[in-house]
Design a protein. Structure first.
Length: 599
């Protein structure tokens, strides 16, 4: 009896609810009724009839709905094309699909002194006519084991000074530089002669600025607006001081790579890019297909307008021992400064090039070039030559360049090698690739989560030091508010031709830039990730804290201006903002605005 009563009540409730819905529906205006009807039709078409179009443009009127089959692994957003759908502009390689083909495994081995085993091997190779670009570089972290200031004082300043002097002496030598935070600091201390020399080297293309971001940003935990802001900060600095626009991207140390960064680079004027830290199985899979170079396309793109040419470094790192070819115990012999070379646990001697060993060393290097060429579709090979904080002394420059030039001359002189080797920049390499007229595949998807061996996934940094991840979002929010309000107030003062207020706000532009640069600095791939040492993280925290304090003072000034009563122009409204962020490791409390009178 109770069961039938419950069914009867449920049936009545359903009928009443349907009648109410119909009445409310007919009470609506025509436009809302049409929107509801369209939404219902869309949901039927998308998830019941399964005869749907692939949405490529945002439609805020329709919410995100999970796929019909709840057993599937992913949810499909209606704003994006599903990886299962075919379209004219679908990429040749879709990472979501390729992952299912991979063997996520790592060979058993004895851990060698020189580091991880090389997974990408080349067992067979044919002699090819090659063009080889050797590209000297030095990667500089603005904070990792040491602080930004410590790295600049110990290495950065010396590296940049040596770049100027050594490239000026050696006209055939080239170099690339990426981090604008170091270049800005050097520029502030450099003499006018050195500044002029830097401009000359950039003009004659011996030196190239790659990416041009304030830092080499993290791409996994940074917000996309902050990634863009640090790129803008670097590019504006370059425009204002050097009058140049980067055209090539260089991102070799972030722990995984995002198509968001590719999109930002594409629309900032950069047409080609290099990436490095990719899951070893994906990298090996692409190498087997000779697809380590591709046009990176956004997954939602309905045309090729988002495509950017991307070169993936094939081996374990961007260091010298993993650059010339697949055999690190051979390539490490061409680091003529550190001389830390091993084959397994056995140390390999690193010799300076002379008449007695040039044939052996030259042939070994040439063979590595030929092996590396087997992984790519063109006969142009990029060989980065550098590592972290390299080329900081004139002795290293002398040892590296003198020995490399001897080997290059030897290889170029051998007709049977059919290989031309020269120094070049990233743009030199990409220009040579473009001239080859080779067809490259398109690729969509991201390169997370990064792993370099076994099951050692680099995912811990997504949540490491969460306090700092929280703080940077708060400071970033404050910065955005300041930029909007500052622009409005300055424009309002200009409209009113109030020169006193104009001068007052213009004087604070430096404070706004300071805050922006601290936020940009924290997007570095060892800052927002929390992967720096404790003392370095504290230094980052102090910089953010200092920027936040300047921001609060500037906000007080802005709000005082906005709160001023136009009917009483002589009365200044002093606004006091209380905030409790006394130390970088503390949380930021809510702010209270105190007014002298009601507003």
């Amino acid at each position: 009896m109770k069961k039938s009563r419950a069914i009867y009540m449920l049936l009545c409730f359903t009928i009443i609810n349907a009648i109410v819905c119909m009445v409310l529906y007919h009470m609506l205006d025509v436009r809302p009724r049409k929107q509801i009807t369209q939404a219902v039709k869309w949901m039927y078409k998308e998830y019941i009839s399964n005869d749907h179009q692939c949405f490529t443009e945002p439609n805020s009127g329709i919410i995100e709905v999970p796929v019909k089959n709840m057993k599937e692994k992913y949810y499909r957003n209606h704003l994006m094309c599903s990886v299962n759908e075919q379209s004219e502009w679908e990429a040749d390689i879709i990472i979501e699909k390729e992952i299912d083909k991979l063997r996520i495994s790592y060979p058993k081995y004895v851990y060698p002194v020189s580091g991880y085993l090389q997974l990408i091997t080349v067992d067979k190779w044919n002699i090819k006519k090659l063009k080889v670009i050797i590209m000297p570089h030095s990667h500089m972290d603005p904070g990792w084991k040491s602080t930004l200031q410590s790295y600049f004082t110990t290495y950065g300043k010396n590296i940049l000074n040596n770049i100027i002097s050594m490239l000026s002496k050696n006209k055939s030598t080239k170099f690339i530089w990426s981090e604008m935070v170091f270049l800005s600091e050097w520029w502030n201390q450099a003499s006018q002669n050195k500044k002029d020399d830097l401009k000359r080297l950039l003009h004659n293309k011996q030196l190239e600025i790659t990416t041009g971001g304030w830092v080499m940003t993290d791409e996994g935990t940074a917000h996309y607006t902050a990634m863009l802001d640090q790129l803008i900060e670097g590019h504006q600095w370059l425009q204002q001081n050097l009058g140049i626009q980067p055209t090539a991207g260089w991102s070799v140390d972030p722990f995984g790579h995002s198509p968001t960064m590719a999109y930002l680079l594409k629309h900032s004027g950069i047409n080609s890019m290099v990436i490095q830290r990719i899951h070893y199985s994906i990298k090996k899979h692409l190498a087997e297909q000779r697809s380590l170079e591709f046009f990176w396309r956004q997954g939602w793109a309905s045309t090729d307008s988002t495509d950017i040419f991307c070169h993936m470094i094939p081996f374990l790192s961007y260091a010298i021992q993993h650059s010339c070819g697949p055999d690190p115990y051979v390539c490490c012999q061409y680091d003529f400064f550190k001389k830390q070379c091993y084959h397994g646990s056995q140390k390999v001697d690193v010799q300076s090039v002379d008449d007695n060993n040039i044939d052996t060393l030259g042939r070994q290097l040439w063979e590595q070039f030929q092996k590396k060429a087997e992984l790519y579709r063109t006969d142009v090979i990029l060989v980065p030559h550098g590592d972290d904080v390299r080329y900081a002394t004139s002795l290293e420059w002398h040892n590296q360049l003198n020995n490399l030039e001897k080997l290059m001359t030897y290889i170029n002189s051998r007709p049977d090698f059919q290989t031309e080797v020269k120094f070049g920049t990233l743009s030199d390499y990409f220009n040579e690739v473009a001239m080859s007229k080779t067809r490259f595949p398109t690729l969509s998807g991201d390169f997370f989560t990064y792993a370099d061996r076994g099951e050692d996934y680099w995912s811990g940094y997504y949540t490491t030091r969460p306090h700092y991840k929280h703080i940077i979002r708060r400071v970033q929010d404050l910065l955005r508010s300041l930029e909007i309000l500052f622009t409005y107030c300055l424009a309002d003062a200009i409209r009113k031709t109030n020169q006193t207020v104009i001068d007052s706000f213009t004087d604070k532009i430096g404070d706004l830039s300071y805050i922006r640069q601290q936020v940009a600095l924290f997007q570095h791939h060892d800052a927002i990730t929390g992967t720096s040492t404790s003392k370095v993280m504290k230094d980052y925290g102090k910089r953010l804290h200092s920027g936040y304090q300047k921001g609060i003072l500037l906000l007080e000034k802005i709000l005082s201006y906005l709160a001023k009563d136009e009917n009483e122009p002589d009365v200044d409204e002093k606004i006091s903002m209380t905030f409790n962020w006394t130390q970088p490791h503390k949380f930021i409390d809510q702010k209270v605005i105190n007014l002298s009178r009601p507003k």
